[in-house]
Design a protein around this ligand. Structure first.
Ligand code: ATP
Ligand code: MN
Ligand code: MN
Length: 299
């Protein structure tokens, strides 16, 4: 696969008009990080983050009193987020139409932070083509006690197998336990095709190497293995967005990285909200290449 010329990173509106109240409120007691620190982090990584997050229905993990207190997933609007957080009506399986949230700029991200958001999770498609995903995710979920080296090796093997069928992928540390292998695709195939492809892909790997992989969610069947969670690739499912902070110990973040860098890291929480500048500086490399992968529909 030969990547085409890299797409330049478009300019985004600078963050403006979003007041962060209680900037000194401690959100991550263990890391001693405040709401102000979190807002500063998102401001720093906002531009590369929007490459992925912009104009996608999102689920937010909100922890208004910090990660040690009550947190909740929110995907529908309560009308309280203000002008920078937009609404898109989406028809659900039941036939009901619900308003989902999306953001398009740094102000939108910060408006969510102002409302106590720590994590940003996104759909696999964008609002201009909701039925046609623009990325696949293989969320590698290791059984407890499995060595991180095994997870890295699994990610590399999946990358190679994807490459053999013409799909370019990249790795993202989840900020938790695993690695996500992300495949940007042109939004051409619909959800059914994408779900079917990812399901078959995960099942084929598990059938070939049953000692290493499972494609079913059951914890029982995961003993000593990695669950290749392909279920993220369904209409309405979300996965954590690149650069999202995680409401976990140490204020880790979901960090995209090159395959070379993956070889060097020791766990999935290597980067935290204190690494904003580092992540922002190297982010240019991360955009571009994946977007020029081959079309999934031909597989
Ligand atoms: P880890 O590496 O620790 O597994 P992860 O982000 O991959 O971190 P998972 O538990 O594998 O976490 O979940 C995958 C994704 O499924 C999440 O990123 C999130 O988008 C979605 N998800 C998980 N739990 C919920 C939930 N309760 N409500 C909505 N979405 C959820
Ligand atoms: Mn996971
Ligand atoms: Mn999972």
């Amino acid at each position: 696969v030969t990547p085409e010329k890299a797409k330049p990173v478009p300019e985004r509106k600078p963050a403006s008009g979003v007041k962060i109240t209680h900037p000194d409120r401690v959100i991550f007691p263990d890391a001693k990080a405040t709401k102000g620190d979190l807002a500063a982090y998102y401001e720093t990584v906002g531009a590369p983050m929007l490459e992925w997050l912009a104009d996608r229905p999102v689920s937010l993990v909100r922890c208004p009193q910090g990660r040690a207190k009550k947190c909740f997933f929110q995907k529908h609007d309560s009308g309280s987020f203000g002008e920078h957080v937009h609404h898109v009506p989406i028809e659900e399986k039941t036939g009901d139409v619900e308003d989902y949230l999306y953001v398009s700029d740094v102000s939108g991200i910060l408006a969510c932070v102002q409302m106590g958001t720590i994590e940003f999770h996104g759909w696999g498609s964008r609002i201009d083509a909701l039925e046609k995903p623009d990325r696949l995710v293989f969320d590698l979920d290791p059984d407890e006690g499995l060595d991180f080296g095994d997870v890295k090796k699994a990610a590399l093997d999946i990358r190679k197998t994807l490459e053999e069928i013409g799909l370019v992928s990249f790795a993202m540390l989840s900020g938790g336990k695993g690695v996500h292998v992300v495949v940007p695709i042109r939004p051409e195939a619909e959800w059914g095709t994408v779900k079917d492809f990812t399901s078959r892909f995960a099942r084929a790997l598990a059938a070939q190497q049953p000692d290493r992989f499972t494609a079913t969610m059951s914890k029982e069947k995961r003993k000593g293995k990695i669950f290749i969670d392909w279920l993220r690739n369904q209409r309405g499912s979300t996965s954590v967005m690149p650069y999202s902070a995680r409401a976990r110990e140490g204020a880790p973040v979901a960090a995209p990285l090159t395959w070379e860098e993956l070889a060097e890291v020791k766990n999935a929480r290597t980067f935290s909200i204190s690494d904003g500048e580092l992540l922002q500086k190297r982010s240019v490399q991360m955009t571009g290449w994946g977007w020029h992968s081959q079309v999934l529909a031909s597989v």
